[in-house]
Ligand binder design. Structure first.
Ligand SMILES: Cc1cc2nc3c(=O)[nH]c(=O)nc-3n(C[C@H](O)[C@H](O)[C@H](O)COP(=O)(O)OP(=O)(O)OC[C@H]3O[C@@H](n4cnc5c(N)ncnc54)[C@H](O)[C@@H]3O)c2cc1C
Length: 511
């Protein structure tokens, strides 16, 4: 079979939200000083979703590749540091655990740490797993320190991300893109023309009648998917059978407490609430299931659980959890909400924008592409979404709450891929690492442990080791983490010292 190569000289990005400007910035960086024209069209009359304030550490790698430092981005976006996510009331009311961006304990003799911890647990030891994670300890004690540059062992490994103002971040990406020569047009796209011979998109017609042609179109038009959906009619995989939340209400509030270095997500009777602290304000939102509650109740529940004065009016969002069957079809690549959406529980949407951009840059490295390149892009995108989907479903499946939505989740059937993962862990403590997973074994461990799912057996070789040796080893790890914590400062102090920001005078930390 001969593969027809299509060359890329004229890229048109539709949409100027986080996805659109991140794509523009990365493409402009890749093609600087090369004859590739990049145009971004958005409409200030439509605006952007403007939410998306919690990230995972990959965002730092993304902007570092463009030449930004953490300090520059934090300053520009009023950001705070995020060491992980605290899940309150998810397992049961009054429960809490943290999913850190970091590791647990030190593996010994190639046996992962949690097997040793399990052995002691079987012997009656009650030390929580969280005591062996520097990331959790920092987050729990509202401390922060930069990552250790050359970790001596696994105990020293943790990572961090940002809570940022999404609009400011998109502006930062916009300013960077414009400096690199990206052309920006603020106009409504009124119609889309396709080539009758091959089905590709050939041009977009704007409200003023201008016609914009291109050879590759990046659809970052948000939930509607102006090109991938409305024009090319690419199917959508609806995952609401497993992810029952399909609505969100978001509102900002003034900060009354010190910003915590973690996102807080609190389970409610038919959904969950996010609390995201920024330097100058707090982001709040309630993600819920329209099958199990109504909009007014959900809104009231959100407002009842915000402590500071509100800023602006609540904004509502409707969504269908799932992904586009093909993120790349013809000469259209969908990135961001146009390619799919999984609720923001683990802050994965912007991360999926990053992975899409990475794949696109690789696909276009020779400034042309063919069907094989498209197929590969789609295969990997599908896997990335499915891995994230499985990870999020676990948070619902493993709950022990009593309300109808949570009961439904306890008894729902699971995707086979997740069933296998849970089975491997529960039977022998195996934390499988699958290709294209955003979340590694320690993230899965954090969620399993947070929901009190523990393997029936630990690694058999451990029984050959003297119990005192294991006991002493783990005590030393705990002590090492306590010692490492001495190098950390209060998260608030870190922000004041580095960004000169004005935090509330109240010394209490938001919880
Ligand atoms: C409630 C909620 C909470 C979220 N929280 C998080 C989070 O904490 N972390 C995270 O990583 N992600 C989060 N996300 C996802 C995140 O907000 C998005 O992934 C991200 O903002 C990218 O959005 P986008 O750029 O794809 O779409 P949008 O922001 O919707 O941008 C769409 C763009 O398309 C343009 N457009 C559309 N139609 C036309 C037209 N006809 N003509 C011209 N222009 C047009 C619009 O003007 C706009 O510029 C959240 C999403 C929601 C809904």
């Amino acid at each position: 079979m001969t593969l027809h190569n299509k060359s890329v000289r004229d890229i048109v990005i539709v949409g100027g939200g986080t996805a659109g400007w991140m794509s523009a910035a990365a493409l402009a960086n890749q093609f600087k000083q090369q004859p590739v024209k990049i145009t971004l069209i958005d409409s200030s009359d439509i605006g952007t979703v403007g939410v998306g304030e919690a990230t995972i550490p990959t965002i730092r790698r993304f902007y570092q590749k463009l030449g930004f430092t953490d300090h520059q981005v934090m300053q520009a976006t009023n950001a705070t540091c995020k060491l992980g996510i605290e899940f309150k009331d998810w397992y049961q009311p009054d429960s809490s655990f943290i999913h850190p961006f970091g590791l647990y304990g030190q593996s010994v003799n190639h046996i992962p740490f949690h097997h040793y911890w399990l052995k002691l647990k079987h012997q009656g030891d009650t030390t929580p797993l969280a005591k062996y994670s520097l990331g959790v300890q920092l987050a729990q004690h509202n401390k922060f320190m930069p990552c250790i540059a050359k970790p001596q062992n696994q105990l020293e490994i943790f990572d961090w991300a940002l809570h940022f103002d999404a609009t400011r971040f998109a502006n930062l990406m916009r300013d960077y893109s414009l400096k690199q020569g990206v052309i920006h047009i603020d106009s409504l796209i009124e119609s889309v023309t396709t080539n009758k011979n091959n089905g590709d998109i050939s041009a977009l017609t704007l409200a003023n009648g201008q016609c914009i042609e291109g050879d590759l179109f990046i659809d970052c038009s948000g939930f509607k998917g102006l090109l991938i959906n409305k024009t090319l009619n690419v199917d959508y995989h609806d995952w609401s059978e497993w992810l029952v939340c399909d609505r969100a209400i978001a509102i900002q509030s003034e900060s009354v407490n010190q910003p915590a270095p973690r996102t807080i997500v609190t389970a409610h009777e038919a959904g969950w609430q996010w609390t995201i602290p920024l330097q100058h304000r707090q982001g709040n939102g309630h993600v819920y299931s329209s099958r199990f509650t109504d909009d007014d109740t959900a809104k009231q529940q959100l407002l009842d659980n915000i402590h500071g004065p509100l800023i602006g009016k609540p904004r509502t969002f409707k969504f269908v959890p799932g992904r586009r069957d093909k993120a790349w079809a013809h000469n259209v690549v969908a990135i961001g909400l146009a390619s799919g959406f999984l609720e923001p529980l683990e802050s994965t949407s912007i991360a999926l924008v990053e992975t899409a951009i990475d794949k696109l840059l690789q696909a276009l490295s020779s400034k042309n592409y063919n069907q094989q390149v498209i197929n590969r892009f789609n295969e990997v995108t599908a896997l990335e979404y499915e891995r994230v989907r499985d990870f999020i479903i676990l948070h619902y499946k493993a709950n022990q709450r009593s309300e109808p939505m949570w009961q439904y989740c306890q008894t729902m059937n699971l995707p086979r891929s997740l069933e296998q993962k849970i089975e491997a862990y529960l039977t022998g403590g195996e934390l499988q690492r699958l290709p294209w997973e955003i979340f590694g074994p320690d993230s899965w461990l954090a969620i399993f442990d947070g929901f009190k799912l523990w393997p029936r057996k630990y690694h058999q070789k451990i029984d050959k080791m003297p119990i005192e040796m294991i006991d002493n080893g783990l005590k030393k790890m705990e002590q090492d983490i306590t010692n490492l914590m001495k190098n950390a400062s209060d998260h608030s102090q870190f922000l004041v010292n580095n960004f000169n920001c004005h935090l509330p005078t109240n010394t209490k930390v938001s919880s």
